[in-house]
Design a protein around this ligand. Structure first.
Ligand code: ADP
Ligand code: MG
Length: 379
């Protein structure tokens, strides 16, 4: 685990940002964005896009690619990180980036400092990263590469995670306090807690077990299922108080497989408590018998966090998203140990759509056409 090298960040000028944003926008419709298009979207007062693009490529924020058909630039992972980090630092949410504290399946977690030096957690979504390296070795890689938009999925995961975190926090659920979100980044409270997975002794095993079962039930009574309620996503503080994290896969109790997901969450906890503490909970909730829906946070979140258009997009993408994750985990199983055998570049992300900006309150700004967005970055 390392540091995120952000030394370059402060040297990024407004013009650099315009060029990076132009490539991001261009990637909405192009896998590789021709220089002429970058220049016309960036529309720099004094020109010079070529020079900036060269410099940004040297620092690996952009990558030049050439095929038989065309030549141009795409954003790298690093470029996408910088774009989002710069926005958060301009909003005074982020002041500096410190050590990495976690590597999840689909993310990197860093300690960061806010404006008043208070410590926060930064989650960088990197959807399909591990699997992507493995995919590279597969024959169907080129096929996948053209049909999958890694950057888009990472951004969707972050947007969704932030929307859920805010709604859950507002309802008093034990989740980290949400701070802000941009693109594939989520900033939240840094928990003084450890994943349950690292805990080998509890003062009162049964009471923690009961808290967890009650939490699963309370979520369901609000119309929600965590969907990945395991020992890595449950954080325990020194008083054995539980905070749950990691929400991109949350789903509604109206999902057609809701019962399976609910039962799996329950089983995860039960299995862990048996393995780790030799504890068998006599009492455990069952979806059909115990879930009584009191309100529909699932619908509220979609209604308040997203405009009608995004709502529909999200719902449509949701199943694609889930399939991708399922496909990918199958790939991982098949390919097994080959994780690091591919080239180091996990970057070939292509955005199909530029998804909407989330402002500080999580309201989605109106989706803008490319022309409108371009004029917005001119100011
Ligand atoms: P992933 O989706 O990749 O599994 P998680 O959100 O579960 O990512 O985070 C990965 C790990 O990072 C967690 O298991 C936990 O150890 C750590 N972590 C995540 N969020 C926080 C936080 N807010 N405070 C402290 N540690 C955190
Ligand atoms: Mg996790």
């Amino acid at each position: 685990m390392g540091k995120l090298d952000v030394s370059m960040l402060r040297y990024l000028s407004q013009e650099d940002m315009r060029v990076l944003t132009a490539v991001e926008m261009g990637m909405k419709n192009h896998e590789i964005v021709p220089l002429s298009l970058v220049a016309s979207i960036a529309n720099l007062k004094h020109g010079g896009t070529h020079k900036l693009v060269k410099e940004l490529s040297k620092h690996r924020l952009l990558a030049f690619e050439k095929s038989k058909m065309n030549a141009g630039y795409r954003l790298t992972n690093r470029g996408y990180d910088f774009l989002a980090l710069k926005v958060l630092s301009q909003r005074d949410v982020l002041h500096s980036v410190g050590n990495q504290i976690g590597v999840g399946k689909e993310s990197d977690i860093y300690i960061v400092a806010g404006e008043d030096q208070e410590q926060l957690a930064l989650k960088i979504h990197r959807l399909g990263r591990t699997s992507f390296r493995q995919l590279k070795n597969k024959r169907d890689y080129h096929l996948k590469r053209n049909t999958t938009s890694w950057i888009y999925l990472s951004r969707l995961a972050a947007t969704k995670e932030f929307a859920y975190m805010k709604a859950l926090y507002a309802r008093g659920f034990p989740v980290p306090k949400p701070i802000d979100c941009n693109r594939h980044l989520v900033v939240m409270e840094l928990l003084q807690a450890y994943p349950l997975q690292q805990i080998h002794e509890l003062n009162d095993v049964e009471s923690v077990y009961t808290d967890l079962m009650n939490l699963i039930l309370k979520l369901a009574s609000h119309g929600l299922i965590h969907g990945d309620f395991n020992e890595f996503n449950l954080m325990l503080d020194e008083n054995d108080h539980v905070t749950m994290i990691d929400f991109p896969q949350m789903l509604s109790t109206s999902h057609r497989n809701a019962k399976d997901y609910f039962d799996r969450d329950v089983k995860c906890v039960r299995d862990f408590f048996f393995r780790r503490f030799g504890f068998t909970g006599e009492d455990f909730p069952q979806f059909d018998r115990d879930v009584q829906k009191e309100c529909s946070m699932d619908r509220d979140i979609l209604a308040s966090g997203f405009s009608k258009k995004e709502h529909d997009e999200l719902e449509a993408l949701e199943s694609e998203f889930r399939h991708q994750i399922e496909d990918l985990s199958q790939d991982v199983d098949i390919i097994g140990e080959e994780e690091n055998s591919g080239p180091e570049d996990a970057d070939a992300g292509y955005e199909k759509e530029i998804s909407p900006e989330t402002d500080k309150c999580g309201k989605i700004e109106e989706f803008q056409s490319m022309e409108e967005s371009t004029s917005r970055i001119q100011t």
